[in-house]
Design a protein around this ligand. Structure first.
Ligand code: ARG
Ligand code: ZN
Ligand code: CA
Length: 450
């Protein structure tokens, strides 16, 4: 039997619905119909806590929840998908198409923002604790060197010597060779697994302060951080992008990535990987004594693996082992765990803090990232070095600190690399500003002449 403790339930949702005019009457009625049952459930939980009067406790929880709703920021996570193959043509075999990647991103965002089209499959008894996690995933715009990616968020990686990969090869060879800075990106490797029974796996976050997560410092290292998914389980045949991707039956709706990213953000399996006494450290999920592996009949109630808990198994939860078609929710407490990880865990918190850098579509940012003055400070030999894919006319001016133009030259950049000698030999020692202008953007850098 699960330990009862503080949780948020339909009472809050009902309260909030009345202040949200946009909600349809029917949905309001529907959700609130579950209230008496949840109130009972709550009172039971409250009694074990002995925290003063039930009404006071409730009122406080409602205030907290309302405060949370207005202050909660949406966390954005830049994603790089490493598409690993052995030389397949683009869009064939393991070299999956860009559309397949897009279909997965659509599902990930729908599931985490609770805009998935199958929320209607959430039983009404659970509807009030189903969460919009306010976590968003975005395909990275810039690569690790600050260049614009040709395919947003995608890094295609060929190893002609391997058709398939084992888990230990992925951990010791693939990941360290291909990982992008885990302080800036969520790394997702999409790989042809040698063991076709493995759908995917993830590395847990460290130092989150959450219960129920143990890290092995020998294997859970920064250079292996991320999520790995077998390409037969990555993407969906049920989004606006279209169908026809080569996906395994029952796992063709993108829920493997939702589940794995849940782990990456600190979620345990909903049955706590053990019997009814073993918890997932979320108070709003019913106790579960086992997984519901392969469950494809989504009618509710289904299994009730712990009769000591009044609730039937929440097999619709993304953290169960149910078939994709039956999965449709995270709960409020799962959301709280994931947001706690994003706020506290090394690398996770950097990823959200750095998001605007690798998501920038501004070409001036690309120009800034890929331009350097060298040597700087320099004598008469300083050069302007540009290394990016931008092409076209370039105007370089050198000004003093007040903006008075001292030198100006115009050239055309046709290749990736451009090197220009900076004509500073006749200028006195001091600080200057080098401006680089292209039609795509412009930047300024300081140059010191010594
Ligand atoms: N077995 C995998 C894991 O434990 C993922 C299960 C995902 N389930 C699904 N219906 N896609 O991490
Ligand atoms: Zn799992
Ligand atoms: Ca359990």
């Amino acid at each position: 039997m699960k330990i009862f403790a503080i949780t948020l339930t339909s009472l809050f949702v009902c309260g909030l619905l009345t202040s949200q005019a946009s909600f349809a009457q029917t949905s309001k009625k529907d959700r609130c119909a579950t209230m008496p049952m949840y109130e009972k459930h709550l009172q039971l939980k409250w009694r074990t806590k002995k925290l003063g009067s039930f009404e006071d406790w409730m009122a406080r929880k409602i205030r907290e929840r309302q405060f949370q709703r207005t202050t909660e920021t949406i966390y954005e996570i830049p994603v790089v998908v490493h598409v690993v193959h052995s030389g397949d043509e683009l869009g064939r075999g393991s070299n999956i198409s860009y559309e397949q990647v897009l279909s997965q991103m659509i599902v990930l965002n729908q599931d985490f923002r609770r805009t998935n089209p199958d929320t209607t499959g959430t039983p009404s008894v659970f509807a009030s604790i189903a969460a919009d996690t306010k976590i968003l995933f975005k395909l990275a715009v810039l690569d690790t060197t600050g260049q614009l990616l040709k395919e947003q968020g995608v890094h295609r990686y060929v190893d002609a010597s391997r058709e398939t990969w084992s888990m230990s090869e992925i951990e010791t060879v693939l990941k360290p060779a291909t990982i992008w800075d885990p302080n800036k990106y969520l790394n997702i490797w999409v790989v042809p697994f040698s063991n076709s029974n493995t759908l995917g796996y993830a590395q847990f976050p460290e130092q989150s302060g959450l219960q129920g997560i143990t890290i092995d410092p020998n294997t859970d290292k920064p250079e292996t951080d991320g999520v790995v998914i077998n390409n037969k389980f990555f993407g969906s045949n049920f989004t606006s992008v279209g169908a026809g991707f080569s996906l395994a039956a029952n796992f063709d709706r993108g829920r493997t990535a939702t589940h794995e990213v849940g782990h990456w953000l600190g979620l345990r399996h909903i049955w706590g990987d053990g019997g009814c006494g073993q918890d997932d450290f979320c108070d709003d999920t019913p106790a579960a004594g086992r997984d519901n592996d392969g469950l494809g009949d989504c009618s509710f109630p289904g299994p009730n693996s712990c009769t000591g808990d009044p609730f039937d198994d929440m097999f619709q939860n993304y953290m169960d082992y149910t078939n994709d078609i039956c999965m449709n929710l995270f709960t409020n407490d799962q959301k709280a765990r994931m947001r706690t990880v994003l706020e506290n865990s090394p690398r996770r918190k950097e990823v959200i803090a750095n998001a605007n850098v690798v998501l920038s579509t501004n070409q001036s940012q690309v120009l800034a990232n890929t331009t350097r003055l060298f040597p700087n400070p320099g004598g008469s030999n300083s050069q302007l070095q540009i290394n990016n894919e931008l092409q076209g006319k370039i105007i370089v001016t050198i000004t003093d600190l007040r903006g008075v133009i001292l030198q100006k030259s115009t050239t055309t950049k046709l290749n990736t690399q451009l090197q220009l000698d900076l004509p500073i030999q006749n200028l006195p020692k001091g600080v200057y500003v080098v401006n680089v202008q292209m039609k795509q953007g412009n930047i300024s850098k300081r140059l010191i002449k010594k």
